[in-house]
Structures are given as C-alpha cells and as structure tokens.
Design a binder for this molecule. Structure first.
Ligand code: ADP
Length: 397
C-alpha cells in the first residue's frame, strides 16, 4: 500500500509518498511560493533532486505538478496514480469537532470550515490542500489527521482553563495542544526501543524545534501538554512568547498602541528567542552568539531551558513518577547544550545525563544518552510526523 502524505501551508505544500510495506519514503518534496510569483517544486526521488520552476497560482496547480512528477519517466516512482492507495492530510487543529483521524467527505469538510478560526494560520491551508487533491483525484480515499488527536485523552482538570465553565461549553475554549503526531510517534518509538509495552511507561516527550511543546504520556496516553488553545502557549519558542500573564498583554497593547490582533502577532512573531536575544529565532545562531559572549542570546537559551525544566518537573508530579524523557525535533535532536541544561539539577530525581553520549552528533537514529546510574532513561528520538500520518491513514482504510 502506498500513501501520499500532504502537509499544506498557505503558500507551500510538502509531500511524501510512503510505501507502507516497509514504511520507506519513496519520494518527497516541497512546492513553494504558491499564489505568489516565483513558484518552485523541489522533488527528491530515485536518489536525485529535481527542481521545477513554474508559476503555481493555486494549490490545485501545485498538486497537479506533484502528481506529474510522481509518474514522470525520470523523476517518477510510480507507473500511474492508481498506485496511490490513499492520501493523508495533516491538520493542525480539530477543536472538539474531531477526536481522531477522519475520512474526508463533504460532511467532514463542512465541519472543517466551521472550525477554521481555531487555527487561522494553518487550518485554512489544510482545507486548500484537501480541496486541491479532491479536484485532481476525485475518487481517491483521503484522511484528515489532526495534530491535536493525541491530546484528546487529557482529563478535564488538565485541559480546561479556569474560566466560566459555561463559556467552555459554549465556545469550546480549552487546551488542545499541538505536535500530537510527533509526541505520539516518539512515545511509541521509546517503548519499542526499550522493549516495553507503552502501558508500562511514564514518559515526558520534549518536542523542541522552532515551535516547541512538552507532553506527559502515561501508559501510552497523553495526560497533559504545554501548548494550549493555540500553539502560542507553553515554553518560549523561536518567535513565540509561550506562557505569559494576559494582563501584561493588555498593558503592552495599551503602551505600544497595538490592537488585540497586533498584540497577538507580536507574541507569535516577534517574541520568544528572537525577542529576548535580538539576534535570531534559530538556536544555531543563538548558541554561536552565546559562545561569543552575547548576553541576550545566552539569556534566551537560559530562559528556554529553565522553562522546559519546569515543565519536566511539573509533569513528573502529574505522572506520579517517570521512566523516560525523550528529546526530539530540530533543537531536541541536535543541540546538546539545551538537553544538558534542561535536565541539569534533576539528578536527585534519578535523571542523570551522560555528557559524552549527549555530545554525539545526531545520525538520525535513536540514542540513549542517560548515564549508567540514571533511573530515568533519556533518549534522543528523531521524530517522523509524516509516518504517523501515513500509518493513521492506512489504519483508517
Ligand atoms: P519546526 O518547528 O519549524 O519544524 P524544527 O524542528 O526543524 O522546527 O527545528 C528548527 C530548530 O532546530 C532551529 O532553531 C534550528 O536552529 C535547530 N537546529 C539545531 N541544529 C540543527 C540541525 N543540525 N538541523 C536542523 N535544525 C537544527
């Protein structure tokens, strides 16, 4: 069975064609600048990279180009589109309309329209991606795979905000979390690596990238996560503030003459590591600047690690113990100093890092970086959100 995984952004579209027999990626690529001039497709297959520069006025043109490449004589990997058994679409927010992976139908797409405002930057793009695929492949079975599904198991007392309960009922305002496919993948991979059943383990998964979130996973089920109603909450991120007293926002908006919308853009795009350091949102730049003695870059890194550490402590308490900490995503997989700072000082709780193992360069495989005497396993696990989407799509069919 071959599954095409689509991750549509407002002006981009990423794809992977995955052969489920061996879970290998047989082709992947990205369309950029959709709807803007200078459209470009970068397609990787058969050990080569193919670049097509062509105007891509909309997502339907982009997906047509992708399908053309997939069956192309040189760049192609399949003889015809019939070899694609189904398409899995990544969707950021589900609200309470969807709790699990769902088949694309007219009815589910109507519901998708209704919940669009929950993730105004992301969900409309996913709808464009689905509609484009339906236009080009009308008979193909398709699934909606939600970033929020893995977090649906959070108990009420963890997922609700302490606002008027009737407003929760009426407007569905609560914690939904994000990066669920990644947290699910690495929690499952950790159990497999340790040769344990997921039910036997208490795991804290740290997805640390440009966007970051931390989850508490008890017996394979998510019981809490750091992101909230939107991906703005939790630890500070590349350009997002993370948790902040909302009264400080009202104050800042007043002082800087910003509307609520501008205030949110400020928190989403100009805050976090970028705002504190004034250098960059990219951890590679921050580490370099910090090494060169830049106080604000160093402060940003300290704030990030401190916030992650507080979540680890809180989730250890929420889980009532801990067996495994997983680091994943761009920063979690590649930045030893961040990992070391997050777990430093937690030795008395049985969390002991091996500094040598922690320094090893990421080679794309799973690594145990805990010391011999560590009660808690500390693992680096490369995430694979596309594979989860493909697995979920295959399972639905
Ligand atoms: P996103 O949330 O956009 O998916 P990623 O998970 O790709 O983000 O993480 C991007 C972050 O990972 C950047 O801050 C980058 O500096 C950091 N990073 C550090 N080392 C590497 C590396 N070798 N490769 C990729 N990203 C890295």
């Amino acid at each position: 069975m071959k599954i095409l995984v689509i991750n549509a952004g407002s002006s981009s579209l990423k794809y992977q064609l995955i052969d489920m027999a061996n879970e290998q990626v047989i082709a992947k690529g990205t369309c950029e600048r959709i709807g803007i001039s200078g459209g470009k497709l970068t397609h990787k297959a058969n050990g080569k990279e193919f670049v097509v520069e062509r105007e891509l006025p909309n997502h339907t043109e982009a997906i047509s180009l992708v399908l053309g490449e997939l069956v192309d004589k040189e760049a192609g990997v399949i003889a015809s589109m019939d070899e694609i058994d189904a398409v899995g679409h990544r969707v950021v927010a589900s609200g309470e309309a969807f709790t699990q992976t769902t088949l694309v139908t007219d009815e589910t797409m109507r519901l998708m329209e209704e919940i669009k405002e929950l993730a105004p930057l992301h969900n409309p793009a996913a709808i464009l991606g689905v509609n484009a695929c339906r236009a080009v492949m009308p008979d193909k079975k398709m699934a909606l795979v939600f970033d929020t599904s893995f977090h649906q198991t959070m108990p009420d007392y963890a997922k609700l905000y302490a606002v008027d309960y009737e407003d929760y009922q009426k407007y569905k305002v609560r914690r939904y979390g994000a990066h669920g496919t990644s947290h699910k993948f690495v929690a499952g991979a950790a159990a497999e690596y340790l040769k344990k059943k997921p039910e036997e383990l208490k795991i804290i998964t740290c997805h640390l990238g440009n966007g970051s979130s931390i989850s508490a996973v008890d017996g394979g089920k998510c019981i809490d996560t750091s992101m909230g109603f939107t991906p703005l909450a939790g630890v500070p991120m590349g350009t997002r503030s993370g948790d902040i007293d909302v009264a400080a926002i009202e104050f800042l908006c007043r002082k800087k003459g910003m509307s609520m919308e501008e205030g949110l853009a400020y928190l989403n795009k100009k805050s976090g590591m970028l705002g504190i350091s004034g250098v960059s949102s990219d951890f590679r730049d921050l580490c370099k600047a910090s090494d060169e003695g830049n106080y604000r870059a160093d402060l940003a890194l300290k704030m990030f690690a401190y916030s992650c550490k507080k979540y680890v402590g809180a989730y250890m308490a929420a889980l009532g113990g801990l067996d495994v900490i997983v680091f994943t995503a761009g920063v979690g997989e590649n930045t030893p100093t961040v990992r070391a700072d997050v777990v430093s000082g937690l030795e008395q709780f049985g969390i002991v890092l091996d500094p040598e193992k922690n320094r090893l360069k990421n080679d794309g495989s799973i690594h145990d970086i805990s010391a011999e005497n560590s009660k808690v396993k500390i693992l680096i696990i490369p995430t694979n959100e596309e594979l989860v989407i493909a697995r979920e799509t295959a399972a639905l069919l």
